[in-house]
Design a protein around this ligand. Structure first.
Ligand code: DON
Length: 610
């Protein structure tokens, strides 16, 4: 390890935050003897004096090429118009943001089956505005899938000891214990307005499943791509196929079993899903596909209420998802680094600004590979990673002219293929309560298996664990011991549902799908608004870049000028222009008005107010 290695700098700052104890597998030296403490590092690299928060872009300006939707009594922004309208209707009837979000969550399981789900998991950030009887607060609901009790650290290694990608993505072993149903029910129970029963919030989803929905927009786009995955399983063919082919554009998708499952949950609560016949059918389907999940695993599943991670960026407060998501921690880490640069002066989309973004992303993803995992099993040094002083040491290593190379790049690593496999929605109500929710089956349609007789598509979230230290998952993310498979553990996630506050008032609700690119997508929405003063529609639509340290590739969406790309290449970046990144369905609040922007990268998205 060279004296200037990024890992050394990481360790220096993390020591103070991490408890004394055995060092991680990747760390070969007794670091405590060689590295400065966090306090020493702070003296060496003073945090920046941050100028006053910049004024946000005017919400009502009509002088832009793209304009957000405006409303004053609430806003829902999701990846599917039918689901957005379900949420808007709940707001119209007097529901709060959580009521609407729960209804949207159940509706997306029907209308966006590639990512909306009952058989997956996710994270919901809830902001409750101050009211007569309480001060404002923000809560994180973790309804991430868990590893079945019979899971073992080496369950995704082949006999040669190498990662078995098919096992972790396409077999029953890939399925984590689903968290969505208990997660949404818990959100309703704790933070709903009390004006709606869970059954009333599930009813629109049940109706859409039973009456059927048109195969159009995003559904028509995604079904043909998933034909191979879904077609392997007779139970999935029964739902999504007709005459040997996936349902074509213009057909009607009816999901009767799913409607019955929703009805059972509406009548008997989440236990109807986690215990009894539905749970038994899910366990049987997983075991039939070679998996190890049991009905007891389902019965044991519980969501966790967590304290969000907090940071500040140019005077705004960033509040986001804590571990087992890596999202909030690294979003704040990257923003902390960027705070030292005059991005606005460099200009949106300039090679200078994009270079700084890329260079700030790399150390964060290197940290992710070493330090992040399920907080129930590993001490994640959140405070160290999100410290301004730590960012200052990382910033010192950034060269404004030259791209840093990743030390351990193995040549020819394929880029992870982007498709839209997770989904994010944002909801704000008239009182200023808000929900930022990202949930997923991991891959598009998960493992493609509908549990016979339930209509429930099953996730392949177990691939988010590291099959072994240093191995990459499907998104090319390197994982460490902290993210090893273990019974009951939650796999590390990148999902980053986020709020931004200005002077304590809700300002922005955002998040995105995109696998490893989620963190950098959310980052760029925030930077586009706060540094480049774009309105929300522009901030969401602007072309994005992504660098995740390994593989050493700067991914760029189309729409960045060839001149800029040439300048980035001249700085040493290995630029690849390719697939789109994310679907950041967002809401911004200002001066009593709400701006909504759904992401134009997908067909059929919608932001709408009541
Ligand atoms: O939790 C995670 O980070 C991943 N399972 C999310 C997958 C995802 O966003 C795929 N979407 N493109």
């Amino acid at each position: 390890m060279s004296p200037t290695s990024p890992i050394r700098a990481v360790l220096a700052l993390l020591l103070a935050a991490a408890p004394a104890g055995p060092t991680r597998a990747q760390v070969s030296e007794p670091v405590s003897e060689q590295l400065p403490t966090q306090a020493q590092a702070r003296r060496q690299a003073p945090a920046l004096a941050v100028p006053p928060a910049p004024e946000p872009p005017p919400i009502q300006s009509d002088e832009a090429r793209l304009l957000p939707v405006l409303a004053s009594r609430g806003m829902v922004s999701s990846q599917d118009a039918l689901a957005t309208r379900v949420g808007v209707e709940i707001l119209r009837k007097g529901g709060n943001a959580v009521d609407a979000a729960v209804a949207v969550g159940f509706a997306l399981a029907v209308t966006l089956p590639r990512a909306g789900n009952l058989g997956g998991g996710g994270f919901m950030m809830v902001h409750r505005a101050a009211a007569e009887d309480r001060v404002a607060d923000t809560i994180a609901i973790d309804y991430r899938e868990t590893a079945p009790a019979a899971s073992t650290a080496d369950m995704f290694l082949n006999p040669q000891g190498e990662p078995d990608r098919a096992a972790s993505t396409r077999s029953g072993k890939a399925v984590g214990v689903p968290g969505t149903v208990r997660g949404l029910a818990e959100a309703h129970r704790r933070y709903g307005s009390g004006k709606f029963t869970l059954a009333e919030l599930i009813a629109p989803a049940e109706r859409l499943a039973r009456d059927g929905i048109p195969v159009e927009s995003g559904l028509a786009d995604s079904l043909p791509r998933a034909a191979g995955l879904l077609g392997q399983w007779p139970s999935s063919r029964a739902v999504f196929f007709e005459g040997g082919h996936v349902l074509p554009r213009g057909a009607t998708l009816r999901q009767t079993d799913l409607a019955d499952t929703l009805k059972a949950i509406a009548e008997r609560g989440p236990d109807a899903f986690y215990e009894g016949p539905i749970a038994q059918k899910i366990a049987a389907a997983v075991q039939g596909a070679g998996g190890i999940m049991t009905a007891a695993d389902l019965a044991a599943y519980r969501p966790e209420i967590r304290t969000p991670v907090r940071g500040r960026y140019r005077g705004y407060e960033i509040v986001s998802m804590p571990p087992p998501s890596s999202g909030g921690v690294h979003l704040i880490e990257i923003l902390n680094i960027l705070e030292g640069y005059d991005l606005a002066g460099m200009g949106a989309g300039s090679a200078g600004a994009l270079h700084m973004l890329a260079e700030a992303m790399k150390p964060a993803y290197a940290d992710r590979a070493t330090w992040l995992g399920d907080p129930a099993r590993t001490k994640v040094p959140v405070a160290g990673l999100t410290a301004k002083a730590y960012a200052a040491t990382l910033r010192e290593k950034i060269d404004p002219e030259r791209a840093k190379t990743a030390a351990e790049v193995s040549a020819g690593n394929p880029l992870p293929h982007e498709s839209d496999q997770t989904t994010h929605f944002s909801v704000v109500d008239a009182e200023g309560n808000a929900v930022s929710n990202t949930y997923t089956l991991n891959f598009s349609y998960g493992i493609g298996l509908v549990a016979e007789g339930t209509g429930v598509l099953l996730n392949n979230e177990m691939d988010d664990f590291s099959a072994k230290t240093g191995a990459r998952n499907a998104y090319g993310l390197v994982g460490g011991e902290a993210n090893a498979v273990a019974p009951g553990a939650r796999p590390l996630s990148s999902m980053t549902p986020t709020f931004v506050f200005r002077d304590g008032k809700l300002f922005l609700v955002t998040g995105s799908p995109g696998g490893s690119r989620i963190i950098t997508t959310v980052l760029q929405v925030i930077v586009n608004v706060l540094d480049f003063r774009m309105n929300l529609a522009q901030a969401v639509a602007a072309p994005r870049i992504h660098h995740q340290w390994q593989p050493d590739v700067l991914m760029a969406e189309e729409g960045i000028s060839p001149d800029t790309l040439a300048l980035l290449r001249a700085k040493g970046h290995n630029v690849k222009v390719g697939a789109t990144s994310g679907s950041a369905n967002s809401v911004m609040a200002e001066d009593g008005l709400l701006a909504g922007a759904s992401d134009p990268r997908q067909r059929g998205t919608l932001a709408e107010g009541p």
